[in-house]
Design a protein around this ligand. Structure first.
Ligand code: AGP
Length: 586
C-alpha cells in the first residue's frame, strides 16, 4: 500500500506535498517521489528511502510549480529501486502518474503498448497507466475521454493521480481510497485525510468507479461512464494535533500512552447507534466476526465474550480466509467486520462476499470516513483518533473496550468498572514501565519467544506475539497454554523464553502448573500477572482487577515490551520493515 498526494492551486506545491507525504509515510516507506509543473514542463524527482532522507538528498521541497503530485511506495511489483519509485511518466514525458494498488492485467497491457512502440523504464505495474493515458491523448487531447477509456482497460485495484503538462490533475478510484480536499487556495487529492488535514477539514470522498478532474475551472467528479456526479462535502473530525507526535519520540509510544483516555472513550461511548447495533446482533440467526491481524485478535475476544455472557455463539473468520469459507452467511445472518483503518483489502473483500449473500453488515471501525464505514449498513466508531504507528496499540484496546460495552448491552449485565477505577488501573499499568525496558534488554537477542495464555488470555497471547513479530522481527508465537503437553512442550529448553499471561482469574491455577512444566525443562519464564511467583524469572506486574479487564491491562505491557525491545535493537518502531499501516492490496 502506498500514499498518494496531489495539489493544484495558488500556493507552491512541493513543500506542502513533502509535509503530506511525511504524515502519510506509515502507508509505505520504500521510496518517495514528486512531480511538479513549471512553465508547462513536468519535473520529476524520486529516490529510495524515507521522505526526510530523499527530500534532503534531492531537494524535493524546492521544486517549483503550484501543481504537483507525490508518492511514498510500499513495493509490490518491482524491487525497491530509484527507477521503480513513483512518479512514472509516458514516453513524451508530458504526463506523470502516482498509483496505489495493483494492476492485475499490467503485463498484457504492457506487451501491447510495447508493440505500439512504447518504452518502459521500470518493472512496476503502475507505469502502464502513464503510457496508456499518453496513448489515448495522442489520438485526441481530451483528458476526460482518456480517463473514461483507461478505466475501461485497467483490471485490479487502483487509486491513481495523473498530472498533465497543461497543469490539469486527474485521479480515479477503484477499490483503493481517494479523497479530494477543498482548501481556500486550492485542491488536494490524497489517499488519506491526513494528507491535507493541515490545510483543510473539508473533504469529498470518491466512491468506487469515480474520477476527478482539477483544472482552472475548479473540480469536477464523474462516474467511469463519464456522467457527472454531485458529491457531498464532509467535515473531517480529526485535527492536525491528533496526527503529531507531540512530546513522544515515536507515534507508537504516544499511542500506547493515549490508552488512558482512548479505552475510557470507547467503553463509555455515547454512540446513538449502539442499541440498534446490538438489536441487529441479537436478532440474527447467525453472527460471523471477521478482521485481519490485531482486529482479528479482537474478534476472537468478542467471540468468547458474546458466547459467555450473552449466549450468542459466533464464528470468527480471518478476513483473508473468508473467500474459502463458503455458505457461511445468508439473509438472516450478520457479519461484524472489525478494522482500525476500514481500508484493509482482505476485509473489504469479505464484506463484498457477505453482501452478495444478503447478510447485514455491521462494523467496528476507527476511521469514520473509511470505505468500510461507508459500505456498512451500520458502523460503530472506536474513536481513538488517528493511529499512525504501524503496530495497532490504542486501536486494539479501544476495540476491546467497545466489545465489552456491546457485551454488556447484549447480556443486560454490568460487566466492567466505573470510569475512575478504569482510569486508575490503566494509568497504573502505563506509569511503572521502567523495568519493562530492562526486560527488553534481556530478550533483545532471543530468537524464539512463546506467549501462552488460557481463555481470554489466548487471543491476547496471539496479539502480544504479533507485536513482537512486527516490531522486533523475532519469531514469536501465541499459544493456548493448555496445548503445551500436546506438542509445544518439546520446544522448551534452556534457550527458550516464554511469556505467561497468568492473572489470578479462573485460568490461574492451570496456567501456573504450565509454568512449572516449562520451568522443569529449563526454559525462562516472564510472568504477566497481578500475583508474583518464585517460578518467574521476570515478573511483569499488572494491578488486581475484575477478570474481564485483564485482557486490556495485560496487553499494554506486551505493547511496551515490543516497543522497548525494538529500540534496543535500534529499529524504528513506527516504521517496521516490509510492513504498512493498513494493507489495501490483497
Ligand atoms: C497490527 O499491529 C498490524 N498493523 C496489522 O496486523 C493490522 O492489525 C491489520 O493489517 C488490520 O488492519 P485494520 O485493523 O486497519 O483492518
Amino acid at each position: 500500500m502506498c500514499s498518494i498526494i496531489a495539489y493544484a492551486g495558488q500556493r507552491v506545491a512541493a513543500p506542502m506535498l513533502v509535509q503530506s507525504l511525511k504524515r502519510m509515510e506509515y502507508r509505505g516507506y520504500d521510496s518517495v517521489g514528486l512531480a511538479t509543473i513549471s512553465n508547462k514542463h513536468i519535473l520529476v524527482k524520486k529516490g529510495v528511502g524515507k521522505v526526510e532522507e530523499v527530500n534532503k538528498s534531492l531537494g524535493l521541497e524546492k521544486m517549483n510549480g503550484s501543481v504537483g503530485i507525490g508518492h511514498t511506495r510500499w513495493a509490490t511489483h518491482g524491487g525497491v529501486t530509484d527507477t521503480n519509485a513513483h512518479p512514472h511518466q509516458n514516453c513524451k514525458n508530458d504526463i506523470a502518474i502516482v498509483h496505489n494498488g495493483i494492476i492485475d492485467n499490467y503485463s498484457e497491457l504492457k506487451k501491447s503498448l510495447i508493440t505500439r512502440g512504447h518504452k518502459f523504464r521500470s518493472e512496476t505495474d503502475s507505469e502502464v497507466i502513464a503510457h496508456l493515458l499518453g496513448d489515448f491523448l495522442h489520438k485526441k487531447y481530451d483528458i476526460k475521454k482518456a480517463m473514461i477509456n483507461i478505466t475501461k482497460k485497467l483490471k485490479g485495484t487502483y487509486a491513481f493521480v495523473a498530472v498533465f503538462d497543461d497543469g490539469t490533475v486527474a485521479g480515479a478510484r477503484f477499490d483503493e481510497p481517494l479523497i479530494v480536499g477543498i482548501s481556500k487556495d486550492g485542491y488536494f487529492v490524497s489517499s488519506d485525510v491526513l494528507g491535507f488535514i493541515e490545510h483543510t477539514d473539508k473533504a469529498i470522498f470518491l466512491d468506487n468507479d469515480e474520477f476527478v478532474i482539477l483544472n482552472d475551472n475548479g473540480h469536477a467528479i464523474f462516474n467511469f461512464d463519464g456522467s457527472k456526479v454531485k458529491k457531498q462535502v464532509t467535515q473531517i473530525a480529526w485535527e492536525l494535533a491528533d496526527a503529531e507526535k507531540g512530546r513522544f519520540a515515536h507515534y507508537t509510544l504516544k499511542e500506547i500512552n493515549e490508552q488512558k483516555h482512548t479505552i475510557i472513550n470507547a467503553l463509555f461511548s455515547k454512540d446513538s447507534k449502539l442499541d440498534e447495533f446490538c438489536d441487529v446482533v441479537a436478532g440474527a440467526k447467525r453472527v460471523v466476526l471477521t478482521g485481519s491481524g490485531s482486529s482479528y485478535n479482537a474478534a476472537l475476544i468478542a467471540k468468547q465474550l458474546f458466547s459467555k455472557y450473552a449466549g450468542i455463539h459466533c464464528e470468527a473468520v480471518i478476513s483473508s480466509e473468508f473467500q474459502y469459507a463458503s455458505g457461511l452467511l445468508d439473509k438472516n445472518s450478520v457479519l461484524i467486520a472489525i478494522s482500525q483503518s476500514g481500508e484493509t483489502a482482505d476485509l473489504l473483500q469479505a464484506v463484498k462476499i457477505a453482501k452478495a449473500s444478503e447478510a447485514r453488515i455491521l462494523s467496528i471501525v476507527n476511521t469514520p470516513t473509511s470505505s468500510l464505514a461507508r459500505t456498512s449498513d451500520l458502523f460503530l466508531g472506536i474513536n481513538c483518533g488517528p493511529e499512525i504507528g504501524v503496530a495497532a496499540t490504542k486501536s486494539f484496546t479501544a476495540q476491546l473496550a467497545l466489545i465489552y460495552r456491546i457485551t454488556e448491552i447484549l447480556s443486560g449485565q454490568k460487566l466492567s468498572l466505573n470510569r475512575s477505577d478504569l482510569e486508575r488501573l490503566v494509568s497504573k499499568v502505563l506509569n511503572d514501565t521502567k523495568y519493562i525496558a530492562n526486560i527488553a534488554e534481556k530478550i533483545k537477542y532471543i530468537g524464539n519467544i512463546y506467549i501462552l495464555g488460557r481463555g481470554l488470555h489466548f487471543p491476547v497471547a496471539i496479539e502480544g506475539a504479533l507485536k513482537l513479530k512486527e516490531l522486533v522481527y523475532v519469531h514469536a508465537e501465541g499459544l493456548p497454554a493448555g496445548e503445551l503437553k500436546h506438542g509445544p512442550l518439546a520446544l522448551m529448553d534452556e534457550n527458550t523464553t516464554v511469556i505467561m499471561l497468568n492473572p489470578d482469574d479462573e485460568t490461574y491455577s492451570d496456567t501456573l502448573s504450565n509454568v512449572h512444566e516449562i520451568k522443569a525443562r529449563g526454559a525462562s519464564v516472564i510472568g504477566v500477572s497481578n500475583v508474583n511467583s518464585n517460578k518467574y524469572d521476570n515478573w511483569i506486574k499488572i494491578p488486581k482487577a475484575k477478570d474481564i479487564l485483564y485482557p486490556i491491562l495485560e496487553v499494554i505491557p506486551l505493547q511496551l515490551l515490543a516497543y522497548h525491545t525494538a529500540l534496543k535493537r535500534e529499529s524504528n518502531p513506527d516504521y517496521p520493515r516490509h510492513l504498512a499501516k493498513s494493507v489495501t492490496v490483497k
